[in-house]
Design a protein around this ligand. Structure first.
Ligand SMILES: NC(=O)c1ccc[n+]([C@@H]2O[C@H](COP(=O)([O-])OP(=O)(O)OC[C@H]3O[C@@H](n4cnc5c(N)ncnc54)[C@H](O)[C@@H]3O)[C@@H](O)[C@H]2O)c1
Length: 355
């Protein structure tokens, strides 16, 4: 199950009203890949909300191969004339059949559970898919392309590299259980930079740090959906670790604001950290905060994962330095974990009912 909720609608309207520069989309065509995924589906809601108030709206080509996305999450948008849905794999050469002004590349396989199940598909979309889009930009110049990379390109940074800046080169295994994702995202960034340098493609790179929020698959197996699923189903909050690793979680609406900021104002060929620098919390603190905001009676339990690779190469700390992103304009992460978890839980309770 996954559908639009009043919280998603409210957040999408908020982003559409908040982001300066979206007027550049008037009368333009935007190719959005990964449109049925967590970030892509919300971005589609943002663009749909923005179009509501425009006479010269944007046309959106929404592409997904439905490998891990939830097509029903965007079913409320299917009858709109300003959005064209297209089921296809961007890993094979892609011709949209009409001129495109902007590309927002959200296709990928983001959850460790899914990318370990689909390692080759993960490499194909990150490397082949990204190259196909860059090739499209080379042949038919666009005004801007946003490539979504990841904070995972940094691997497990040493203490002095935290908060992590964009010029940190990373500490990544090329053969470990996360390598299919981390290494192919690194190569995708290399492709972006080469296409910019060689062909002038105006591609900008965003490196998201742990985004969460309404609309994420509850069976996605990332920590926040896992904990929310437990609350929704009245089960204990289980951590498959000692809970001491830290993350800087970024609420969906802030993340998509940052994505649009990078697309519209970022430098071509440049990479930007994209996240929340206001809070670095342990995984245990996340579980405790969720217990708190949901008034949840069941305890937090620590179990051992049945998967021996579950914690292999899992970064111990994640915290972005986002000064480069902030220097682009007025982005400032607004939603702290407590409020973000409250909103996310309200959204899921609206969707699944309160048990
Ligand atoms: N969500 C996060 O916290 C986060 C963090 C870092 C990076 N990212 C990156 O941001 C992007 C979006 O993340 P997300 O959380 O929305 O991921 P997601 O897995 O929820 O969605 C990705 C979408 O891409 C689609 N897709 C996969 N392969 C495809 C292909 N070959 N052709 C067409 N569509 C394809 C999937 O079906 C899915 O709908 C991904 O590239 C991800 O790696 C996300």
């Amino acid at each position: 199950m996954a559908k639009i909720t009043s919280i998603i609608e409210e957040d999408a309207g908020w982003v559409a009203a908040r982001v300066k520069g979206m007027a550049d989309f008037s009368g333009k065509t935007i190719l959005l890949t990964g449109a049925a995924g967590f970030l892509g589906s919300f971005l589609l809601d943002v663009l749909a909300a923005w179009n509501q108030s425009r006479s010269a709206s944007a046309r959106i080509l929404a592409v997904d191969n439905d490998l891990v996305g939830l097509p029903e999450r965007v079913s409320h948008l299917r009858k709109r004339s300003d959005i064209v849905f297209c089921t296809r794999d961007i890993g094979t050469p892609f011709e949209p059949g009409e001129p495109v002004n902007y590309i927002i590349h959200c296709a990928g396989v983001a959850s460790p559970t899914f990318y370990r199940k689909y390692p080759l598909e993960t490499i194909d979309v990150n490397v082949g898919g990204t190259r196909n889009l860059l090739e499209l930009c080379r042949l038919h110049p666009v005004e801007g392309m946003l490539h979504l990379s990841t904070s995972e390109i940094y691997g497990d940074p040493s203490a002095e590299a935290i908060p992590t800046r964009e010029d940190y080169r990373g500490f990544v295994s090329c053969t470990g259980p996360r390598a299919c994702y981390d290494e192919s995202k690194r190569l995708a960034e290399t492709l972006c930079v080469i296409y910019h340098q060689k062909y002038g493609v105006p591609v900008k790179i965003g490196r998201p740090f742990n985004v969460y929020g309404p609309g994420q698959r509850l069976d996605d197996r990332r920590i926040i959906p896992d904990l929310l699923r437990a609350v929704i189903h009245n089960e204990p909050l289980v951590l498959l670790s000692d809970g001491r690793a830290t993350r800087s979680f970024c609420y969906l609406r802030d993340a998509v604001w940052a994505m649009l900021e990078i697309l519209l104002n970022g430098g071509a060929g440049e990479a930007y950290n994209l996240g929340n620098d206001r809070e670095e919390v342990t995984v245990l603190e996340v579980a405790q905060t969720l217990r708190d905001v949901s008034d949840y009676p069941l305890p937090v339990e620590h179990h051992k994962s049945g998967d021996p690779d579950y914690l292999v190469d899992n970064p111990q700390r994640r915290c972005p330095d986002i000064r480069k992103l902030k220097a682009l304009g007025d982005f400032e992460p607004e939603v702290l974990l407590r409020e973000g978890l409250t909103r996310t839980l309200r959204s899921y309770r609206e969707e699944y009912g309160r048990k």
